[in-house]
Design a protein around this ligand. Structure first.
Ligand code: SF4
Length: 82
C-alpha cells in the first residue's frame, strides 16, 4: 500500500517551516519556490496564538515522508496508508 503524509495535528503547527525546508532539501531546491508543502498563517482574531494551515501536494508522497514527519518538532504529521 502506498503511504501518504497527513497533517493530523495541524492545530499544533507553530509555523517553523522545517517540514518545508526538509522537502526542498530532498528535491534539491533552495528557497521557497515550488514547494510541495506550504504553511499558511490563518487570520484569526479570536485566538491568542497564531494558527497555521498546511497544504500538502500529493507529489510529496514520493519523497522520504518519514524524514519529513520526524523533523516536525510539534508532531503534526502521521503516515497513513492510502
Ligand atoms: S515542521 Fe511541523 S510545526 Fe513546523 S511548520 Fe511544519 S508542520 Fe508546522
Amino acid at each position: 500500500m502506498p503511504k501518504c503524509l497527513k497533517a493530523s495535528r495541524e492545530n499544533k503547527c507553530n509555523g517553523c517551516e522545517l517540514c518545508v525546508l526538509e522537502s526542498q532539501r530532498q528535491i534539491g531546491k533552495v528557497g521557497l519556490e515550488e514547494t510541495l508543502i506550504r504553511v499558511f498563517r490563518k487570520s484569526s482574531k479570536s485566538s491568542e496564538y497564531p494558527q497555521y494551515k498546511l497544504e500538502i501536494d500529493p507529489r510529496m508522497n514520493s519523497l522520504d515522508i518519514k524524514k519529513i514527519k520526524d523533523i516536525c518538532p510539534q508532531e503534526v504529521f502521521d503516515i497513513e496508508e492510502e
